[in-house]
Write a protein that binds this ligand. Structure first.
Ligand SMILES: [Mg+2]
Length: 165
């Protein structure tokens, strides 16, 4: 796959609640693969927030099943998923597609009926594109993020400038 193509999400939204979940369901989307850090909650949080719960509820009410796909250590992401009462793939190794594929297996879903939603090109978008699912990027939920993510925002800005999204 062309490297720029792999880095480009299909759509960009301000946050996960802005995604038109009901119309996505009518387009054949049955599964939402969700990043957590700065997508559903604060970066490196240990528990979901009200926003996390609202997103999951809205997605589920549209008839779409949720699965957390996180690069975080199994303890932290599994704990969050448990509180949210949704399945979870930990150590997803995004941008490799392996975690997204594991999530599809777990959800018994085909790539064509799933969308990966996340705030980072160099993890979520690439992983989703390589796994053949639809990819929606969201702007980071909070300004605060760990240094190695903050560093990646610089090349990310450049990619977004070049690829215009
Ligand atoms: Mg993230």
């Amino acid at each position: 796959m062309n490297i720029f193509k792999a880095m480009k999400p299909e759509r960009v939204y301000t946050n996960a609640k802005q995604i038109p979940w009901v119309s996505l369901k009518s387009e054949g989307i049955n599964v939402a693969l969700l990043d957590f850090d700065n997508t559903l909650g604060p970066d490196h949080a240990t528990a979901p927030t009200e926003f996390s719960f609202e997103c999951v509820k809205e997605i589920q009410e549209a008839g779409i099943r949720c699965c957390l796909v996180s690069n975080a250590k199994s303890g932290r992401s599994a704990g969050i998923a448990k509180v949210l009462d949704i399945p979870c793939v930990t150590y997803a190794r995004k941008p490799e597609p392996i975690g997204v594929r594991r999530a599809l297996d777990l959800m018994k879903a085909q790539p064509g009926e799933a969308v990966m939603v996340g705030d980072q090109i160099f993890t979520d978008v690439i992983a989703g594109n390589l796994a053949g699912v639809r990819t929606f990027m969201v702007e980071k939920l909070y300004r605060k993020e760990i240094w190695y993510v903050a560093v990646k925002r610089i090349p990310e800005k450049l990619v977004r400038l070049i690829a215009r999204f």
